[in-house]
Write a protein that binds this ligand. Structure first.
Ligand SMILES: *Cc1c(COP(=O)(O)O)cnc(C)c1O
Length: 229
């Protein structure tokens, strides 16, 4: 078995253990393999081991990998910051976008989604307390942004995403995930049928699953430490 296949199995075990501890079915949590900075060979290795969903942060890198794997029936998720002049290739090559943080980006993705593809599945990114990045809408704007995104014809609004600041203790990890889940529940109570909470990375997937994550986005624990040089 390849190192990546072994790591994938270890991550699946962490997911099932955390799911059982939370009293949730392990199948209610999907694993998104974050392959940014890793070569196509690493994606193929993971796909050969059965992994279907891959996440990328950079438009050109993601488009290149998605184009090179069209015959493998993989789902490509765009999870990085998105500038409005880069929306077209994302609308054309990805199945999901997790990082919608303003209406203009969503409008462009909807207008540019090719007619022969299913609607683009999207999450609104929320800047919860202790957010590491500056991206994501303010929690107070999340409901209005979700309502506007849900009205766009070529997008299907699925849920919310967040990237909290790393914390080493479980309580510190859980607090921002709980905040995202509470915003998610408020938006559902307002009538939008959200089913996706995209939260949890290599170091905090257990805390995210305890707070209701339905997609965990895992890079390092599958592919190893990234080298940006
Ligand atoms: C890089 C990245 C991940 C994966 O992080 P790891 O700590 O390597 O698991 C998840 N989500 C987003 C948005 C990322 O940019």
């Amino acid at each position: 078995m390849s190192a990546i296949a072994t790591n994938l199995q270890a991550v699946q075990t962490r997911i099932s253990t955390a799911a059982r501890a939370a009293g949730r079915p392990p199948e209610s949590i999907a694993l998104l393999a974050v392959s940014k900075t890793w070569p196509l060979a690493s994606v193929i290795d993971a796909a050969t081991a059965g992994q279907r969903a891959f996440g990328e942060n950079y438009v050109q890198e993601g488009v290149d990998k998605a184009s090179a794997t069209v015959d493998r029936n993989l789902d490509w998720h765009f999870i990085g910051p998105l500038q409005s002049n880069k929306t077209r290739p994302v609308a054309e090559h990805f199945a999901w976008v997790h990082s919608i943080d303003r209406l203009k980006i969503a409008e462009r993705l909807s207008a540019q989604r090719p007619a022969d593809l299913p609607p683009l599945q999207v999450c609104v990114q929320v800047n919860v307390s202790g957010e590491a990045s500056k991206s994501g809408c303010h929690p107070d704007e999340a409901l209005a942004l979700c309502q506007a995104v849900a009205a766009l014809p070529r997008l299907t609004l699925r849920g919310l995403m967040a990237i909290p600041e790393p914390a080493d203790d479980e309580a510190g990890q859980r607090a921002p995930f709980r905040q995202l889940r509470e915003i998610f529940e408020t938006i559902r109570a307002a009538g939008l049928p959200l089913d996706t909470l995209s939260m949890g990375m290599s170091h905090d997937l257990e805390a995210a699953i305890a707070e209701g994550a339905t997609i965990v986005r895992i890079g390092t624990a599958i592919f190893g430490e990234r080298n940006y040089a």
